[in-house]
Design a protein. Structure first.
Length: 213
């Protein structure tokens, strides 16, 4: 996965700033509906943000909604999420329940709006259930493998090799692995967090295999 070096925030209620941000060449642009947008402008900012992310661009495009505890978050997500949005940057999560609720809502929106993802949760690696993996990938011709192993010589690499060698699941896009880089795990918690497999990294990989960016 390509390293994200630059993240650019833009206020969602300023169309000219949004347009400029998407053209500046940053790796990712985050269109903010929270702190940068006054309460009086929040409702009106949603449609322009959704439309801006539907257009052609070379960067990844994310939406930053209001906090889950606010009265604005639900409408922010319902009115802006579509198949060209690469991800959501969720602010001020106060509990696991908030996160689960947003995850459920996003999954429902993805199903409703044509972004379908099948998850295969392998219960063992010896034996490895190759048939289930191949049948799943055969439906779409695309695969993202997420595993907290090293990028090289691990389970993710073995599954990727299985897909490459098989004629049962012809690939329409390169397999993407979301794994831990081949470096020693640092002692510092902030540095260790940079290596961790996260939802954001998985979403970015799924977007790449779907050609959404």
């Amino acid at each position: 996965m390509a390293l994200n070096r630059t993240f650019l925030f833009a206020p969602g209620n300023h169309p000219r700033r949004v347009e400029k941000a998407l053209a500046l060449g940053a790796d990712a642009v985050i269109l903010d509906l929270e702190d940068a947008v006054a309460i009086s402008d929040k409702a009106a900012a949603r449609k322009p943000v959704a439309e801006a992310l539907k257009g052609p661009r070379r960067c990844r495009g994310y939406v930053r909604p209001n906090a889950p505890s606010s009265p604005y978050c639900y409408r922010d997500l319902v009115e802006t999420i579509h198949d060209k949005v690469d991800g959501v940057v969720l602010p001020k999560v106060e509990s696991a329940a908030d996160l689960h609720a947003i995850d459920w809502l996003l999954a429902a929106l993805e199903r409703e709006r044509g972004v379908s993802v099948e998850v295969v949760d392998l219960r063992s690696i010896v034996p490895l259930d190759r048939n289930t993996v191949l049948k799943s990938v055969a439906k779409t011709g695309r695969a993202v493998i997420a595993d907290e192993c090293n990028h090289s010589y691990g389970v993710a690499a073995e599954i990727a090799a299985t897909l490459a060698e098989s004629e049962l699941a012809p690939l329409k896009a390169p397999v993407r692995r979301v794994t831990v880089p081949d470096v020693p795990v640092p002692y510092s918690p902030p540095l260790e967090a940079e290596l961790t497999v996260t939802t954001e990294k998985i979403i970015a990989a799924v977007s790449r295999v779907l050609n959404l960016r």
